[in-house]
Design a protein around this ligand. Sequence first.
Ligand code: NAD
Length: 458
Amino acid sequence: MQEAVLRARSAQQAWGAMTPASRARALRPWWRRILAGMGELADALVAETGKPRFEALFHEVLPLLDSIRYQMRHVPRHLRPRRIPLHLARHRRSELVPVPLGVVGILAPWNFPVAVGVGDAVTALLAGNAVVLKPSERTPGSSRLLERWWREAGGDPDLLIVVEGGPEAGQALIAARPDHVVFTGSVGGGRHVAVAAAERLIPTTLELGGKAPAIVMPDADLEATARTLVWGAFANCGQVCAAIERVYVPRELWAELLGLVRQQVAGLRPGFDVGRPTMPEATTRWDAQIEDAVARGAEVMRPAASFPSPYYAPAVLAPCPPDARVMREETFGPLLPMCPVMDVSEAVHLANDSEVGLLGYVFCRDVAAGRALAARLETGTVMVNEVILTHAMPETPWGGQKDSGWGRVHGTQGLDAMVHWRHLNMPRMPWGFKPWLHPYEERWSALAERWLPRVWRP
Ligand code: NAD
C-alpha cells in the first residue's frame, strides 16, 4: 500500500502542475472509452452486485458518464483563482488559489461501486490529485475494468491506482498517509476510519449510513406517492444509503395510500424490477426485522410473483410502531415500514428522532408547504416529491448530518474539499506608510481613540 501511495505521489507532481482545463482534456479519451464500453461495464456490475441490468445502466454507468462530462466542463471554471475584496487594507490584494491536495485515498462500498467509488475519484483527479481507490472487497471488478480503460486511454497508470482488500487494506491505505480520505460506508466503519485518520491528522470526508424518512402530507397525490415510495424503498434491492426506510402517513390517508402501495408491490418481478441481494447473509437481518415488526402488530405485504433464491421478496410492513427495529436500525434492504401518525408535526418529530440524517423526503401538492416542512428535517438533503436522484445530479452536494457523516461530495462543496484554497496576499501598490511597525508612536493610539468612535458611530 505504501508503494501505491508513493507511486501516486510522484505521478501527482506533474498532473497537479497542469491547468484544470488541460486535466479535463486529458480525461476525455477515458470518458470516450467508457462510453464505448458502457454495455460491458453494465454487465460487470450485474455480475458483481446482482442488480438488474436496467439499474446497472441507469443508476451507475450513465450517471458516471454524465458526471465526468459535467465535471470536465465545470471544474476548470470553478477552480479559477478567486479575488477577496478587502474593505480596509485596500493597498493589498487577496486571492484564493486552488492547490491540489496530493494523494486522495478512497474507500468505497459495494452497493454502487462505480457511481460512488469511481465517481469520487473523478472529482479528485480533475482537482489535480492522484487517487488510490480501494473498492469494496465484494465488488472490485468494475473498478478494475475502469482502471484498465484509464490506462488504455493513455492515462498515467500511477494517477489512478486500484488496490484490493477488506478493512485491513483500508487501514493500510490510511497508514500510508494519503493527504485526504474519502470513506463511504457504514457508520461503524466510518468511526474506525475517522480514528485512524485523526491519529495521523489526515482530513476525511465521511459518507455514512442513513435511515431516510418519508413524510406524506395530507394534500399529497397518493398515486404518484405510492409509486415513488415503492421505488424509493426497493430500487437496488433496497441497498441504497438514501433508500426510503420509514414512511409516516397521516391517519386520514392511511387506508387509501396502503391500498395503492399494495397494488404497486403486487406487480414487482424478481430479476427485472428487484435484483438479488448482493450479500446473501444480509437477509438474516431483514428476516429478523420483519419478525420483530410482525410481533409488534405489522402485516406483511409482498409481490404476487414468487422470489426464488437467490432473490428476496421485498416486503411492506404496516402498521409499524415507531419503536420497531425496522423503523430505527438501518435495514439496507427491500423493506418498507409504514407508520400511521396523527399529523405532520408528529411525523417530523419521529423523522428527526434518529441518530442519522442523510436524506429526508416530503410528499405534497403544495410545494411551498413542502419546502417549509423540509426546513424542519435534520438531514443533509431533503427532496420534495422525488427520492434518491440527487446523487445523479453532479452539481448538487451530497452528504449527511449527525452520524451520517461529515463533509460533502459532488457540487462545488465536494470539489472544494479536493483542494486547498491557498490565500495569497499581495501588494497592490508600493506603500511605505506603515504606522504599525516598530518603533510604536503614541500619537497613532491617541488618534485612533479620538477618531474611530466618530467614524464608526457605534
Ligand atoms: P463498510 O463500512 O463495510 O465498507 C465500506 C468500505 O470501507 C469498504 O471498502 C471496506 O472494505 C472499507 N472498510 C470497512 N471497515 C473499515 C475499517 N475499519 N477501516 C478501513 N476500511 C474499512 O460498508 P459497506 O457494507 O461496503 O456499505 C454499506 C454501508 O454504506 C451502508 O451503511 C450504507 O448506508 C453506506 N453507504 C453510504 C453512502 C453515502 O453516500 N452516505 C453511499 C453508499 C453506502
